[in-house]
Design a protein around this ligand. Structure first.
Ligand code: GLU
Length: 509
């Protein structure tokens, strides 16, 4: 019988979800759906000192916005709950106890000062990596070096202690990562990591392994920064007797800065003005604000498409994938080992493609929404006509308003360069003639405007090529933009006349 695929996304609620975390969630989701498996959201909140108010809700909302919907999780529930580690303490302690009883873990009573002194001693002895390990533990205060009576006495006296894993001296730990292939580590290079802290809470390592086991996780798909921890996790699976059901690992490549120079960082992103969080986030402690992809105007499907290709390739030229198509095409084998450049221009390109694929009706909804916040009313018909004109020219929906304010307001100013170059006597004479012609009409469609422009050109002998930009300047204040007949049709006869007059008085007649 084939085992059901079960994967998890296991963020810690320590702040806004980074875009790399979103990609991890997405790959887990795609893999689960492709295999008719389950995608689980588990909140890893055992480090209470790092807990940040609101981050749990943020994670849920971000996944929800991107349609990366968990099958099991803190909101969805499920058979393997609770899905929040702070509510699962007894599980971890039980297994920590088991490890102690089997001599695979031990109590350690060393104070912070004693630990510092140990590190200093090792540094002086020129030990490259001064850690608590299978050699140094023998000179420390723990249940391996103290007698049973001493240990009991300390416990009874309420002395703080931690539980450490007892890493074997020189053994090879191996794991076959689905992305990186075989990883071999000698236990001489693994330190006796803390499994249970002095506050009685498990560390990430213990909680992560115990939960992956109890939640029957079959594949651990996570960021490359966790690769160094993987051998320790393998050791824990062995120690707990869970080797047979140990999940397979897949460590995803790092996200790099757009120029490929170093890890993608929030600092760098802030400097260059692009987001690294899915949604707006204000850090509760510092009040520091970061803009999100959502608020910057990225469409969820475009962002998902962009993220999917950040570290994975379909092996074909295809770039546009709906989430359903991604579920079909995704494969762990095609995840790249090398870091993935976070090419923000590519993200914008995806957004453009998704905007182009929307109907005018869909686009008009964005515009109407935006106009509402400006207190401007607009008919459905007009909003759709504007969407039609601008759809090929925009990257973000809010540009329907931002680059099309002239559909609603007479220009307040004029592009100076264009005015200097194009607002010439010829243009003025032409526009006067054109305006007179319009005045004789009760309405003005784009088609009629076109006809009247040609007539004016014939009568004045002034070529249209010389005056069209001046007309655009008068109507929109800008030197470039969408089809001008379309603009005229939308703003209508009265506005055209009024704006030509306004340009005469502002730029000269
Ligand atoms: N809680 C870890 C994190 O915040 C999870 C790592 C893992 O997936 O094992 O990234």
């Amino acid at each position: 019988m084939n085992q059901e695929v079960r994967v998890r996304f296991a963020p810690s609620p320590t702040g806004a979800l980074h875009i790399g975390g979103v990609r991890t969630a997405l790959y887990n989701y795609l893999f689960a759906k492709q295999n008719n498996g389950k995608f689980i959201l588990r909140i890893e909140d055992t480090d209470q000192t790092r807990f940040v108010e609101g981050s749990e809700e943020y994670i849920q909302e971000a996944l929800n916005w991107l349609r990366i919907q968990p099958d099991e999780g803190i909101l969805e529930g499920g058979e393997y709950g609770p899905y929040k580690q702070s509510e699962r303490k007894e599980h971890y302690l039980k297994y920590a106890q088991q490890l102690i009883e089997e001599d695979k873990a031990y109590y350690a009573f060393d104070t912070p000062e004693e630990l510092d002194a140990m590190r200093e001693r090792l540094k002086e002895a020129k030990v490259a990596n001064p850690v608590y390990d299978n050699i140094t533990r023998m000179s420390m205060k723990n249940s391996l070096t103290l007698s049973e009576e001493e240990v009991n006495a300390k416990m009874e006296a309420g002395e703080p202690y931690v539980i450490r894993i007892k890493v074997p001296r020189k053994e090879e730990v191996r794991l076959n990562d689905m992305v990186r292939g075989w990883v071999l580590v000698n236990t001489a290079n693994i330190d006796d990591k803390i499994l249970v802290k002095s506050d009685g809470m498990p560390t990430y390592h213990l909680a992560n392994v115990v939960d992956d086991h109890l939640m029957k996780i079959t594949h651990v798909i996570r960021g490359e920064e966790w690769l160094p921890s993987a051998p320790l996790h393998v050791l824990l699976y062995q120690f707990l007797g869970w080797e047979d059901t140990m999940p397979r690992f897949a460590h995803l490549p790092l996200l790099l800065k757009p120029d490929g120079n170093g890890k993608l960082s929030k600092r760098d992103a802030d400097k260059k003005g692009y987001p690294v969080f899915p949604m707006d986030w204000t850090e509760p402690l510092t009040g520091e604000f970061s803009m999100g992809f959502r608020e910057a105007g990225y469409l969820p499907d475009a962002l998902v498409n962009f993220l999917a290709l950040l570290g994975w390739n379909p092996g074909t030229e295809q770039e546009i994938f709906s989430i359903e198509e991604l579920v079909e095409a995704f494969s762990i084998e095609r995840i790249n080992k090398a870091g993935a450049k976070f090419d923000i221009e590519k993200a914008q390109w995806f957004n453009q493609q998704y905007i182009k694929s929307k109907s005018n009706k869909e686009l008009s909804a964005y515009l109407i929404e935006e106009l509402k916040t400006e207190g401007i009313g607009c008919s459905q018909e007009k909003a759709e006509a504007i969407s039609q004109l601008l759809r090929e020219r925009i990257t973000f929906p809010k540009e329907l308003w931002l680059s099309g304010t002239y559909f609603f307001q007479d220009p307040e100013s004029y592009d100076e360069k264009v005015a200097n170059k194009k607002w010439k006597d010829e243009a003025i004479a032409f526009l006067k003639g054109f305006k007179e012609k319009i005045n004789t009409h009760s309405e003005l469609t784009g088609e009629q405007a076109h006809k009247l422009l040609n007539e004016t050109s014939e009568e004045t002998g002034i070529g249209l090529g010389k005056v069209m930009q001046a007309l655009r300047l008068a109507l929109t204040g800008q030197g470039g933009g969408p089809d001008l007949m379309g603009v005229i049709e939308i703003v209508g006869k009265d506005a055209v006349i009024r704006r030509i007059d306004k340009a005469f008085s502002s730029l000269g007649s």
